[in-house]
Design a protein around this ligand. Structure first.
Ligand code: UDP
Ligand code: MG
Length: 319
């Protein structure tokens, strides 16, 4: 059987407690895969705890482990991009460091890959250990973005997925700074397949995504994959203008029929405040897009690497 290569990519930010629990599970699964050369790449996304030391210890004991340490915390999306760029041929699979994406499912992903699928993504059927608020807002988010975006973004799907070599190569060409990975995976296309799974609670540690971070993440997703809000602003403007026209006509007719009694300070205030509000909202919307355009136009690198360790990668492969 030909020796295909599969690299597991794990982004970690302050996961010193989780990694020692995760690694043996990954190792056991990779060892059980027939005809596949398994590798692991850990990305330290600017951790402030002992994550890097833990990673070094793991790499010292296992020469299929590669390490990347970013120069600071760039966020999960950038850290994953760094890890995927570091993959040297073959397919790649993304997992969370906290064990929420069960490594024991990897053989099922590989089986689908062997059937010819390029983008096999885990879809959460049940989620343990997450509040109803997180579940509710998350499902609302998927509904909104599903409607707004032309790119297919499957609901309840995280980054837990396997990318075939050609899907990985295609993804590597998307170098935008504002990276909404769920959307980028969808944009790439090829043969996609969902794999339903039961998402367990985190093994140890706390979530790095609080409410505010998730809200910004949602805005990022919507503005990166849809210009529908801009169009909505146009329609809102049209609607207000029509309403104002009808109201104006009514004022004229009323004055002609009943004479003009000077009144209406409250109505005037209401209208002015309403229109002022609408204009500010529309401006803010434009600002959201403009700000992203500005960030994009700077053409900065997506991440910077501090140190790396790769027993298996040639120097030239590191960007
Ligand atoms: N993560 C990261 N950089 C960050 C935040 C998170 O690499 O700035 C990693 C984190 O270590 C974990 C994964 O992203 O492996 C998912 O994070 P978390 O479990 O906190 O998110 P949740 O599962 O609660 O949505
Ligand atoms: Mg998690």
């Amino acid at each position: 059987m030909s020796n295909e290569r599969l690299t597991l990519v794990i982004a970690a930010h302050n996961e010193a407690m989780a990694l020692p629990l995760l690694h043996p599970r990954l190792r056991a699964v990779l060892d059980g895969l027939d005809g596949i050369e398994g590798r692991i790449v850990y990305v330290d996304d600017g951790s402030t705890d002992a994550t890097w030391q833990v990673m070094q210890a793991l790499a010292a004991a296992d020469d299929s482990v590669g390490l990347l340490r970013l120069s600071r915390n760039f966020g999960k999306e950038a850290a994953l991009t760094a890890g995927l760029d570091f993959v040297d041929g073959g397919a790649a699979m993304i997992l969370d460091a906290d064990g929420q994406d069960p490594p024991e499912l990897i053989p099922q992903f590989v089986a689908l890959w062997r059937q010819g699928y390029d983008n096999i993504y885990g879809t959460r059927q049940e989620r343990d250990g997450e509040t109803w608020l997180k579940r509710g807002t998350s499902s609302a988010f998927y509904r909104v973005i599903g409607r707004l975006s032309k790119t297919p973004i499957p609901a309840d799907t995280g980054d837990f997925r396997l990318l075939s070599p050609r899907a990985l190569q295609a993804l590597g060409q998307l170098r935008e700074r504002h990276r909404f990975m769920k959307g980028l995976f969808g944009w790439v296309g090829f043969r996609r397949k969902a794999l339903p799974y039961h998402r367990h609670a985190r093994m140890v540690g706390d979530t790095k995504f609080g409410f505010w971070k998730l809200w910004n993440f949602a805005l990022e997703g919507i503005t990166s994959f849809s210009t529908a809000p801009l169009r909505a602003a146009t329609y809102l403007g049209l609607l207000t203008a029509s309403a104002a026209f009808v109201f104006g006509a009514w004022v004229v007719v009323k004055a002609a029929l009943y004479g003009d009694r000077v009144a209406g300070y409250p109505t005037m205030m209401a209208v002015i405040l309403f229109l002022g509000g609408v204009q500010l909202i529309a401006l803010g919307l434009i600002g959201e897009y403009l700000g992203r355009l500005y960030e994009e136009s700077k053409q900065r690198p997506l991440y910077l690497v501090d140190t790396w360790h790769a027993p298996f990668v040639a120097d030239s492969a590191v960007h």
